[in-house]
Design a protein around this ligand. Structure first.
Ligand code: CTP
Ligand code: MG
Length: 229
């Protein structure tokens, strides 16, 4: 079994509001993109990586690949206007020999090698698998600053990345999304539309996405406390 990893790192990080693109903002002494590359270096089934990057960052990315010890062929490409475009562009240059493609956000620096491995294993067996965690807070429907209903949270999960798919399923999902003019915030949604089964793999609350400066402060504190490995 062979897997290709797509890391989407081409976003500008508008909500973070830093001068650098988000994937290159420093976290614990390294640009954020270093962490998923280091995690991938310990996932044995991954034989290739494709990274979607902001313009002008290819040589910086090459040195991160080196310092993370990622010793597999890595293809670099400029990203697209939206995340979904960046995934589609990267998918076009994934090796046709790969059985599984695993997609991950550079903005989730705490994804562990075992989460990657579990998604790949499950996607190979079941077709598609994503990291997710059960919703633990009570959910309120709010209108004009007042609660109108309490939504049942039974069976609700928060989707994370990595998300892994048999290669031909992900290609078909992106092709049909273009054909039908569908914009989604994750790849699983595009695969769900095909009627394919997408399984859940246990993610982690530590695998949160760095979106705002509060998220970045939390990530800095976690790294300083040596909590994640
Ligand atoms: N991403 C990408 N190409 C885009 C937009 C996003 O590769 N055109 C990537 C980001 O680099 C990030 C992941 O998709 O790793 C998740 O996106 P998000 O957290 O929204 O990052 P940004 O789009 O950079 O942030 P913002 O929406 O605040 O601008
Ligand atoms: Mg975005």
């Amino acid at each position: 079994m062979k897997a290709s990893a797509i890391i989407v790192a081409a976003g500008s990080g508008r909500r973070l509001g830093h001068d650098l693109p988000k994937a290159f903002v420093t976290l614990g002494g390294h640009p954020m993109l270093y962490y998923p590359l280091r995690a991938l270096a310990s996932v044995k089934d991954v034989s290739e990586a494709v990274i979607a990057l902001p313009a002008g960052t290819q040589s910086a990315a090459r040195s991160l690949i080196e310092s993370a010890g990622l010793d597999i062929p890595v293809k670099l490409t400029p990203g697209g206007a939206e995340r979904q475009d960046s995934v589609r562009i990267a998918l076009e240059i994934v090796s046709a020999e790969s059985d599984v493609v695993i997609v991950h956000d550079a903005a989730r620096p705490f994804a562990t090698p075992s989460i990657f491995a579990a998604c790949i294993r499950t996607a190979y067996a079941a077709g598609a698998a994503i990291a997710a965690i059960p919703v633990t807070d009570t959910l309120k429907q709010v209108d004009r600053n007042a609660i109108v209903a309490t939504a049942p949270r039974t069976g609700l999960y928060q989707a994370q990345t990595p998300q892994a798919f048999r290669r031909e399923i992900l290609i078909r999902a992106h092709r049909e999304a273009v054909r039908d003019g569908i914009a989604a915030t994750d790849d699983a949604e595009l695969v769900e539309r095909l009627g394919e089964r997408v399984e859940i793999v246990e993610g982690s609350p530590l695998n949160f996405k760095i979106t705002t400066s509060d998220d970045l402060a939390l990530a800095q504190a976690l790294i300083a406390s040596h909590l994640p490995s």
